[in-house]
Structure formats: C-alpha cells, structure tokens
Design a protein around this ligand. Structure first.
Ligand SMILES: COc1ccc([C@H]2[C@H](O)[C@H](O)[C@H](C)N2C)cc1
Length: 445
C-alpha cells in the first residue's frame, strides 16, 4: 500500500438507502441526445463510419459547420413525457441522460456557456422537461457529463505548457460551476455518469476528479458516482494505485459483461447495435434482439450488477421505431418476470448451463432464468445437501407446477416446460422452510 492523497475516498460497498435503491433498480436506460443526433451518423449525404456521437471528428467537420447544427435544433417531435412513457413501458427504474457529451453542447440553459439549448430555435430547458417527466413516471434520473469538451476554448486534451495549464484550470473551474449548476437546478438528480477521463490532461491532474467527488458530496452526500470519473495522483483510473475501487461502483463495463461476479457493485452499459450511442440513421452489423438484451439483464442481475440499455433519439426529438419495439418486447417480459430482476442478487448456487440464477433479496425465492433449453428436456439444479424444493412454478404459468426429481444426493432435475415464444422463461423455486436461500450458508460456487 503506498500513501495516496487522491485515491479511493472510501472502501467497500456503500450501505446507505440511496445506494441500496440504485442496487434494487437493476435495470436502467441511457439516453444519448445532442447536436450529433441531428446528423444521424451522416454528413453531406454520406454515411460516416464510427460512433454517430463522434461524427465531428469522424467526418472532420469544422467548428463553424458543426456549430451551425444549433440552428437546426428545433425538435418538432420532442415530448419528454413520451420518452418517459416508453421508458416506463420497458420497465427501467432509472435513466441516464447526456447533459453534455464530448461535443460540449448542453441540454440545459447553462449560465456558463452559450453553447446550449437556450441558443437554439427549440429554446426550452430540455433537461428540466426530461427530469420532470421521468420523475413523474417514478424513474430515477442520472446525469451523464463529459469532462472532455471539444467546444470549450480552455479544454486541453494534454497539458504541456504553462499556457495549457492556465487554460485547463480555467476549464476545471467552468466544469465545477456546471456540475454545481446541474445539482442545484435539478435537485432530483440521483447521481452522475462521468465520461471522457482518458485524456492525458485528466490523467496527469487526477486531483481534479477528487475535487469533483468532494464538491458533489458537499452538495448532496447521497449522490451516486461510478469509478469512471476517478483518476488518482499517479494516473490510475477506476481502481487507485493500491487497487482500491474509486467511486461507488465499477463503471468500466462498457458494452461488456464480466465472466463472474465482481466483488464491487458494478454496472454494464449496452448499445443495441455494435457501437452507436447517438442516433445513427443507418444501423449496420448485428442489432441485438430483445431476447439477447433480456439475457444480458438476467446475467448482470445474477452477478450483482446493473444493466443500462442505450437509446439514441432522432434529431426531430422522437424515438426511433426499433427502440420503441425493443421497449415493448422487453417491457412485456418484465411485466411477467420482473420479480426475478428487481431487488434481486446473485444466488449462492453453482451456475448451470441453462442460464442464470437470481435470488430475491428478501422474499426467499430463487429464480432460474432459462435461456438455453436443454436437448435432454431436463434442467439440472444442484442445491446444498439436505435442501428440499417445496414449490416450483413457471412465472406467468403459476398454475402449471413442475415436479423436480432427485437425481443424486443433492442434485435435482426439473422437466423443462415447453416454451416456444423465443424469450427466456423463469422458474421460481421455493426451498423448504429453514433452507430458504436467504439464510443458509451457500457452498462456495
Ligand atoms: C472505444 O472508445 C470509446 C467508446 C465509447 C465512448 C463513449 C461513447 O461516446 C458513449 O458516450 C459511451 C457511454 N462512452 C464510453 C468513448 C470512447
């Protein structure tokens, strides 16, 4: 252990109510919306390779041509209540919106820059409408904020000269003012999702990320912030030089899931196409189905993690058809099977090939989210010796009780139900009283 002044500011999982609510939410939505949404991944009528929210660089667009997009920011179809209704239908419990992406354009009327909604034909406080509409639907709101700011004259991706450092620290002052503004104008915000901390300037001056964390906790002690914000004074990111997680949860799972449950709280953020966060009119490559998304959500829950699915609304402010379809299908599944996700954690059982176990924090049930139907027709379950399965039903088909058969000392097989709707199904196990998973000591899996 080396002495660090700006490493992890606390250790271990947070136990306060705000963090417990974050855990129980489990399923979230990301919204990437900005000037890039108007371009839709195309420039001068041509498809532009790369992530659509990075189009300024990908299409080598000049500052003034890009800035001209502000005059097209009209959003005739924008209705935050429609976005919130669709999010509710999908079954998400929290939503993260890009208040300012790397482009530097702000979705709220900021006192500290003109590069925001108030200088567009749309003119309204989009962020306020989003916060109010989602809060109305009972969905917690979180703010994505990019440290990188391609528009701000004082942003520096590296600091090499005295002039660079003067500019960079002016930028940090601007950033702290914007973060304060966001937390005071929109006190409903539950946490921040920082991005853009890989540039040399931030890695060189990790203390600025410590300062942001301190600032946020002064304004709201319960605020939630992941590890992606943080760099220690040696340039270590996410985990400090002593290997301790900085921030409240592992925030490095970007379009990837861990193989096994991390020790810390963690969150995976996922795109429907391979790598498009902002609106790309022409999705190419593999577009994930609702079934694939549901499997990822179940996998994350089975490993004590959260899963956040990204939507990239169109430049007119409406949601694209494919995302509305996704919300409908995932939402239908969540209606029937959400009890295997919300408030659930890793079950202390040996993982099996048919899918994922989850355990509800306190209703004592164990859930089997079956994603791989066995050719044998038999679902294998290994329980601690002496356990007895008292009840075994398929969610949504509670009348159809399944009869587990003991196959060896502590192995059972459950005849797999015929389910042909192309989605995972969930079997709910009630273990004999006293054995309920909630309170027995699990075998090391
Ligand atoms: C591969 O390098 C990347 C990938 C994604 C990102 C950004 C995306 O624009 C999006 O905002 C995602 C959440 N973020 C990590 C940045 C760098």
């Amino acid at each position: 252990q080396i002495p660090l002044k700006y490493g992890a500011s606390r250790e271990g999982k947070r136990t306060d109510a705000a963090m417990q609510r974050w855990r129980e939410n489990r399923f979230g939505q990301f919204i990437h919306f900005g000037l890039y949404s108007l371009a839709g991944g195309h420039w001068n009528g041509k498809y532009v390779e790369g992530a659509a929210e990075w189009i300024k660089g990908n299409a080598r667009i000049s500052d003034e041509d890009y800035e001209a997009l502000t005059r097209q920011f009209v959003l005739p179809e924008f209705d935050a209540r429609e976005w919130a209704r669709i999010a509710k239908e999908m079954g998400v419990k929290y939503s993260v919106i890009t208040t300012k992406h790397h482009e530097g354009f702000c979705l709220w009327p900021s006192e500290y820059t003109d590069y925001d909604v108030s200088r567009t034909p749309f003119g309204r406080d989009l962020l306020k409408e989003y916060v109010d509409a989602y809060t109305q639907e009972g969905i917690d709101v979180y703010f994505y904020y990019s440290i990188i700011d391609w528009n701000h004259p004082d942003w520096r991706s590296r600091v090499e000269t005295v002039e660079d450092s003067l500019a960079f620290f002016r930028y940090c002052d601007f950033m702290n003012k914007q973060i304060t503004e966001l937390m005071t104008r929109y006190p409903e915000v539950k946490g921040f999702w920082f991005d853009g901390t890989w540039d040399k300037s931030v890695v060189k001056f990790g203390k600025i990320t410590w300062d942001i964390e301190q600032l946020m906790h002064r304004l709201n002690p319960g605020i939630i912030c992941g590890s992606r914000l943080r760099v220690d004074e040696k340039g270590a990111r996410h985990f400090d030089t002593n290997g301790k997680l900085m921030g409240d949860y592992e925030q490095g799972w970007e379009r990837s899931l861990p193989e096994k449950a991390p020790q810390n709280d963690w969150e995976c953020v996922m795109t429907i196409p391979e790598n498009q966060w902002g609106y790309q009119a022409d999705w190419r490559g593999h577009i994930k189905s609702a079934t694939e998304i549901i499997e990822m959500l179940a996998a994350a829950t089975s490993m004590n993690g959260n899963f956040v699915l990204n939507f990239g609304p169109k430049g007119d402010g409406s949601l694209r058809e494919e995302e509305k379809q996704m919300a409908r299908k995932v939402g239908k599944w969540m209606q029937l099977n959400g009890e295997a996700i919300y408030g659930c954690v890793q079950a202390p059982l040996k993982p099996q090939k048919w899918g994922y176990y989850t355990r509800h924090r306190d209703n004592g049930f164990v859930y089997m989210v079956v994603c791989y139907q066995p050719v044998s027709g038999m679902l294998k379950v290994v329980l601690p010796t002496g356990s007895v399965i008292e009840n075994c039903v398929v969610l949504g088909k509670e009348g159809m009780e399944l009869k587990p058969e003991k196959s060896t000392k502590n192995e059972f097989v459950i005849p797999a139900p015929e389910v042909k709707d192309g989605f995972p199904y969930v079997i709910r196990l009630k273990l004999k009283e006293g054995d309920s998973v909630g309170n027995y000591v699990a075998p090391k899996v």
